[in-house]
Design a protein around this ligand. Sequence first.
Ligand code: MN
Length: 749
Amino acid sequence: MPETIKHKFYPDAEAEKREIIRQYRALMRALKAKLKKGDRAQVRHAFEMAAEAHLDMRRKSGEPYILHPLAVAQITVQEIGLGVTSAICALLHDTVEDTEVTLEDINRDFDNQCVRIIDGLTKISTVLEETNTSTKQAENFKKILLTLAEDPRVILIKLADRLHNMRTLDSMKRDKQLRIASETVFIYAPLAHRLGLYNIKTELEDLALKYTEPETYFTIARKLKESKRQRNRYIQEFIKPIKKRLLEEGFDLQIYGRPKSIHSIWEKMKKKGVSFEEVYDLFAIRIILNSPPEREKADCWRVYSIITDYYIPSPERMRDWLSNPKSNGYEALHTTVMGPGGKWVEIQIRSTRMNEIAEMGLAAHWKYKEGSGTDTKFDQWFGQIREALESPDASTLDFVEDFKLNLFSEEIYVYTPKGDLKVLPKGATALDFAFAIHTDIGSTCIGAKVNHRLVPISHKLHSADQVEIITSGKQKPSEDWLNIVITAKAKSKIKDALKEEKRKVAKEGKEMLSRKLKRLGAAMSTANITELMHYFKQPSELDLCYAIARKSVNLKELSDFGVKGDKLETPASRKPAKVRRQKDPEHAHPKAAGANDNELIIFGEASNNIQYKLAQCCKPIPGDDVFGFVTSSEGLKIHRTNCPNAAQLLSQYGHRVVKTKWAKNKEISFLSGLRLIGLDDVGIIHDMTNVVSGELKINIAALTIESKEGIFEGVIKVYVHDKNELDELAERLEQINGIQSVTRLEPEE
Ligand code: MN
């Protein structure tokens, strides 16, 4: 490596060495309270082993490689709260995969746990490496969860590793940044959330946004900074009376305002279609009580009561996670009150112990669980993961989709007739509940009694419902049940049952086929079956036989086949038969454009002969950040990188993504739109059209205005050549008197 890059960060090799030692000492300081006899030497040995193994390696940024494992170890200890074993594993996490060090070396010098964890970490990253080519990321997600079930520390260290990689993503190439960022949003942030690591989840999301939508990220970051003083003043004003009173009442507490994350502000702006200025709750007030465990719950409620002496609470926005903690262990009392100036302010009340769980998630959870020995909701959740993973047949993609649904959704608490509590995702039905109790009960469920009232299996449950399931021996699962249930467990059990049914039907089809072949004088051989699978476009023998039994494949067509020896010959002149078949994007082959490294230039030279379409879901226009995606049925499609579907496409089908760039375009125009909100004023429409068609000479395709109580909302659709033109238009419109906000119209609007 050239000298200039080598010492990009540090003036010379000596300075580099000093930095490494400094980081090592910082790690030891963080570990200090947790070190037992002999630990110090072990950590030191792990550090030396890693430093030696990575000696000649450097990161993309030019830094010495060992600084990465050192940083990961520090995150593991300081931000996740793990101990010595995890620190050792974090230091060694990349050695077995990337260096000469073997698992045997580790086995010789460190204990069994370390070997297992490092083995898990190596496996995960090997899987992730391979994904670019053929394996799916969904498959990875499942593998990652499997290691979680083995030893959760594997996944916690992996999260630390990902966090550090995201923090240092700057030196990566753009396409790699995009892939890593979307994978982070798709897999790691939800996982961190589920494990209760809220700070890490938030940081991962913010960092991902920084790379997928830099413009948005930096605009919001700048506005947050600009409004900081004003916000702080408001927070102080809000806190003052309640803090005074709480101290008088003898509480030992911390109270502070916390700004919302950039990612969550952006989500809110998009969801509500509002501007930054209109996202009212840019912060939450947090009150942390230093109360002993036996008094913490009562204290939280007392604090709530005192706050409501000063501010009026909104009854719909009260969340009691004291009595019913979330299944990731989260406990707190949330409320939203009306603050000065008519602003809604969210308040989170928790004890020091609850706060530690909120910030360090799983790790803190264990710390407090030792001793109490109770079966917590977290353990129940953990059990559910294991169970879901044990279903070997379920399609991985579906599994991940369902699982993610379960990750994000809120929970409801329902009861069996005997009063046992079941936790289900919000939106779960009576049928989900039946499967949650037992597969046999689910499979034979014909209805339920909810709070003693008879309801159909599709009935949606609510918290505190008492549910009794009614079964019948004649009942069996059917295809439409898949639309009724939302839990991963119910779905996979129903699919198993349907598959079993399909096998039975296919068996009949197989016999029909065997008879037909016999009559033609052909053999029931693998070669012949494969020939027929191709001809009838069936993905497997099972599907072929099933289609024969169901008569969606007509065996009469076989009469046109030739037979040579015992081998079938497809009549050459004939096109394959038309059969209804499910589309399967997995089996699509990238076409000419699929070569990953050739950049596609849209609207470029005539030599660029590739067919493509602009995706309807995000309607890109020149200048937008875009990528090409090879679809199975419609060829190449161009999406915006901030398309709602982008994260999933990029992370699951990375190998089908084509790098894409816009050519300079001045001929073709694109339909795009803006949403305007302002004060209703006689002259405003005139001013708007004047700017659009008069000054900027842009063609208006449609203009709709709705006005209510002095506020108008307008949607203007225009033909523009590129993003610059649209941005300029938005800027000009914003300057018109009376217009308050101008935002780009999302296609589905
Ligand atoms: Mn690493």
